[in-house]
Design a protein. Structure first.
Length: 107
């Protein structure tokens, strides 16, 4: 089977073995915007690339911060529930002691 490859599925991924690109007949020659090598543009492109490379780290850092915050809230909620349980237990013990004292005084 000797069919030509397409843009999406080239015959080979090796650029040296691919057919050279031919100029388009629909666009006039020289219509492409020339590349400008301005230092500011190059610097901004490099900074943007660096920022884009650091985005996953920033995203991971924000995710970990959010998870730590959620874990801290969970710890506070568990601690508060335990404190309320202990408070109710202490109140019941106090009521038993009062009742026992009242019974002792009445006899």
């Amino acid at each position: 089977m000797n069919t030509a490859g397409t843009i999406d599925r080239p015959l080979t991924h090796d650029p040296k073995k691919q057919a050279p690109m031919k100029p388009s007949t629909t666009e006039p020659a020289g219509s492409a915007i020339p590349d400008f090598t301005i230092t500011g543009a190059t610097d901004s492109r490099q900074n943007r690339t660096r920022e884009m490379q650091l985005q996953p780290e920033a995203l991971a850092r924000a995710h970990m911060h959010e998870r730590l915050h959620a874990a801290e809230q969970e710890r506070r909620a568990v601690s508060l529930a335990a404190a309320r349980r202990m408070q109710r237990k202490a109140e019941r013990a106090s009521m038993r002691a009062r009742r026992a004292l009242a019974i002792a005084v009445m006899q």
